[in-house]
Design a protein around this ligand. Sequence first.
Ligand code: F6R
Ligand code: ZN
Length: 195
Amino acid sequence: MEPFAARIAGTPPHLTLLPMSRRHVRRASDLVGYVIDEEALQALIIAGDPVVYEIYEPEVPDAEGHLVFGLTVLYPGRIGPEYHLTKGHFHIRRATAEVYHCLHGTGYLVMQDGEGSFRAVALLPGAVAYVPPGWAHRSVNTGEEPLVLLYVYPGGAGHDYETVRRQGFSHVVVEVDGRAEVLPRDAVRRRVKGG
Ligand code: F6R
Ligand code: ZN
């Protein structure tokens, strides 16, 4: 392929990437199995199944030797107590890392390795976050504006969503008295189930 330059277009918070050849839209219904409050999620789906995040990518082959890059735009909102989040995944080829650069908004990049160690890295405009090889990763928007993230990862890394859907992350990012807190998932789940 030929060298090229993509362009981050628009004015914050309405940013996109041009030229864009792939656009993925993830709605509330795509998050079934990934959130704690499944009842709140079903209510959202019935009420119109809103878009939670979008992904824009230029034409880079998802193949070894390439660096796939793009923009994730994660819209503000909550599903029950949890702030809007991406599904999250391990890379199938565990020995592949990823870089995220926060262009707009506020939130967390939450990460967990295969042994269950958990980390939450704050995302603010200008932050450049590093996902080491072997760490599952998920973005969470704790603000009131879209969280816009530029990401770069090795082509051919592949995406393992199933492990995250089955096991979840040990901690979740929830609203408590108007503020974002990172809390153990099991404690939050007990509270949600108990009403
Ligand atoms: C790619 C990557 C990001 C995410 C995107 C959406 O390896 O980490 O591009 O794919 O932020 O999140 P998921 O893929 O978890 O739905
Ligand atoms: Zn990734």
